[in-house]
Design a protein. Structure first.
Length: 232
C-alpha cells in the first residue's frame, strides 16, 4: 500500500486498539515498514488533526482518543458477513488492502448486538484461496494504475523465461480465477495481459502514461462487467 493508504489503515488500527494502544514495533511489523517510518506516520496523523495519544516508557505506545470514530452504521449481520466474505475471498484483488481497511472501519462501528451476530455467522463461512502476490508488487501496480504512471515489472512467463518490461497500466481484469494487469507493453509495443501472480517485482516510475485507453483492450467477455460503486 502507498503512504496515504497506510496512514488511513494506521488510523483504523489505533482506533481498534482502544485504551490498550499499540507499540511502534507492533505497528511496524503489521505494516511491514521500519519503526522510524511508523513514527513519521504517527507524527503526520497528529499534524492532520487526528487525536493520537502517546504513552512513554515500558508498556507504553500509541492510540486514538475515544469519541473520534464514525457514528453507528445500520447493517444486518448477513450484510456484514457479505463484506467480510468478499474481502477474504479476494486476497489478490486490486486495492484489497484499502478494501479491508474500509470493511474493518464499518464493522468497528456496528452496534454490539449486530456485530456479535455477524461474528457468529462469519464462523460458518470458510474461504480457500491461493497465496496472493507480494504486497510490494500489488501496491506498486495499484499506485501506477491510480496515478497513471509507467510501472516497471519483472515478469515470469509460463515457459520459465523472465523479462523486464515498462508497462502503461490500462485496467485490472479477473479471468480464470486469476487477476491480470492489462497494459501497453513498451517492450512489445502492444497491449498485453500480465498475470499478477507471475509479476515478481514491480516499481512505479516517474514516467506518465501516453494515453492508451480501455477501448484498445478489445471487447470484454459477455460475462465480464466493470466494477461500479452504484451496485450496477
Amino acid at each position: 500500500m502507498n503512504r496515504a493508504e497506510r496512514l488511513h489503515a494506521l488510523s483504523d488500527s489505533l482506533r481498534r486498539s482502544g485504551s490498550r494502544g499499540r507499540s511502534a514495533e507492533g505497528l511496524a511489523a503489521e505494516f511491514e515498514v521500519s519503526v522510524r517510518t511508523i513514527k513519521r506516520d504517527l507524527a503526520a496523523l497528529e499534524r492532520s488533526g487526528e487525536a493520537v495519544w502517546s504513552r512513554p516508557g515500558p508498556g507504553g505506545g500509541y492510540g486514538m482518543i475515544t469519541g473520534t470514530t464514525l457514528p453507528p452504521i445500520t447493517l444486518s449481520p448477513a450484510q456484514a458477513v457479505a463484506l467480510l466474505t468478499a474481502v477474504s475471498a479476494a486476497t489478490d484483488a486490486p486495492y484489497v488492502d484499502s478494501e479491508s481497511a474500509g470493511v474493518r472501519k464499518i464493522l468497528d462501528v456496528l452496534d454490539p448486538v449486530t456485530k456479535a451476530r455477524a461474528v457468529m455467522l462469519a464462523e460458518r463461512v470458510w474461504v480457500n484461496h491461493a497465496p496472493p502476490a507480494p504486497r510490494t508488487v500489488r501496491s506498486a501496480l495499484e499506485e501506477a494504475m491510480t496515478s497513471q504512471r509507467v510501472v516497471r515489472i519483472e515478469y515470469l512467463a509460463k515457459d520459465g523465461s523472465k523479462t523486464n518490461r515498462d508497462v502503461e497500466p490500462v485496467l485490472f481484469a479477473s479471468a480464470n480465477d486469476q487477476w491480470h494487469l492489462v497494459g501497453w507493453c513498451r517492450l512489445r509495443d502492444a497491449m498485453r495481459w500480465f498475470t499478477v501472480s507471475r509479476i515478481e517485482r514491480a516499481s512505479v516510475t516517474t514516467l506518465p502514461c501516453s494515453g492508451h485507453g480501455v477501448d484498445e483492450v478489445g471487447e470484454p467477455p459477455t460475462t465480464a462487467r466493470a466494477v461500479h460503486g452504484s451496485g450496477r
